[in-house]
Design a protein around this ligand. Structure first.
Ligand code: BMA
Length: 329
């Protein structure tokens, strides 16, 4: 490995498949995709845009499950190998001492981040039936303690950094509108206590064709000796609607709103059947990455066509090498 993963852990049982012979892509897909089918839970319509982490020698996660009434809900799930998942049929019932946080309206697009001694979950949470960023923590994926929402509506794609930086917790987010927002930049906000968020800094906005409409943060940032490595999604407006692809960027380690490198091209765009056909065609939407600190191998979980969940693979060296030669900040 040329680039070192910092503060990472070894994941010897990381789901993994070698790059196919002759493949020149930076990120390659798992051959048995999708790993999570739409009807894996009784009464589910779709399971996608979901987050997983290493847990007790295996893996745990928070899954976006839309049910057959088309309620958008979050379910916990467990797996020994990261491929075969046992997802709870009942949605997560958050507990909270804060009366205003006690009613669950809808939740989607979760991310899970280990910080210090527990797992934090961020998700797009309805407050007054309007989307903002919900925040909760869990130790065991059984009881989830809900905290204050991080922001006012409208906001989506809240993604925490896995440690305090300069003494504060940090979170990326994407201020939005009430609909299928036709704009969107990524900002980084800071908090001393996970209740009050401020010092909002602009990180980056839409750019080249594949990400010309809006962008949003994806999985939890990976700390390396070159800076924070992130995957993020970008949206193109075609004559037939939105197309969601994703690429990578490298952020300054102390001031992560400063973008050091940014992929010129997408690294994954909707091209396979399961990415192009589903409830919302042409969506690849990453919400989690598992990183083996020993080898630099990365397994990315991404939602496909708002219907199923898939896996793809790369390495820290492959992505940084790509960024070193194909960056357009
Ligand atoms: C976004 C979110 C995502 C979804 C995407 C494509 O606004 O709702 O959950 O994957 O649209 O429909």
């Amino acid at each position: 490995m040329n680039v070192k993963v910092i503060n990472g852990t070894a994941i010897p049982n990381l789901p993994w498949q070698e790059k196919p012979a002759g493949c020149t892509d930076v990120i390659w897909r798992y051959e048995q995709n999708p790993v999570i089918q739409r009807n894996q839970v009784p009464n589910s319509n779709s399971i996608f845009n979901s987050a997983v982490v290493p847990f007790e020698g295996g893996f745990a996660g928070v899954f976006r499950v839309d049910d057959r009434s088309r309620n958008m809900e979050l379910h916990a799930g467990f797996s020994k190998d990261g491929l075969h998942w046992d997802i709870n049929p009942e949605r997560i019932e958050f507990v909270s001492d804060i009366p205003d946080m006690q009613e669950f309206q809808y939740g989607y697009d979760p991310r899970v981040c280990w910080i210090e001694d527990r797992f934090y979950v961020t998700w797009c949470n309805a407050y007054g039936w309007k989307p903002t960023i919900g925040l909760a923590y869990t130790f065991d994926f059984k009881t989830f303690h809900q905290l204050e929402n991080a922001y006012l509506p409208f906001n989506r794609n809240g993604v925490m950094f896995p440690r305090k930086i300069g003494g504060n917790y940090m979170m990326m987010s994407r201020p939005s509108d009430s609909g299928h927002t036709p704009f969107g930049d990524i900002y980084v906000s800071q908090s001393p206590d996970l209740t009050y968020w401020g010092k909002h800094r602009h990180m980056m906005g839409p750019s080249k064709g594949w990400e010309s409409t809006k962008i949003g943060a994806g999985p939890i940032p990976i700390e390396t000796d070159r800076g924070w490595l992130i995957f993020y999604h970008g949206v193109l407006t075609s004559c037939n609607g939105y197309v969601y692809s994703f690429s990578a960027a490298l952020l300054d380690k102390d001031e992560p709103w400063k973008v050091l490198k940014r992929g010129r091209d997408y690294l994954i765009s909707p091209q396979t059947y399961y990415e192009c056909v589903g409830d919302v065609p042409n969506v690849t939407f990453p919400c989690a990455n598992l990183v083996d600190a020993e080898t630099g191998r990365i397994a990315i979980y991404y939602g496909c066509a708002d219907t199923v969940t898939s896996l793809c693979f790369t390495t820290v060296d492959d992505v940084i090498d790509y960024l070193d030669h194909n960056s357009q900040v």
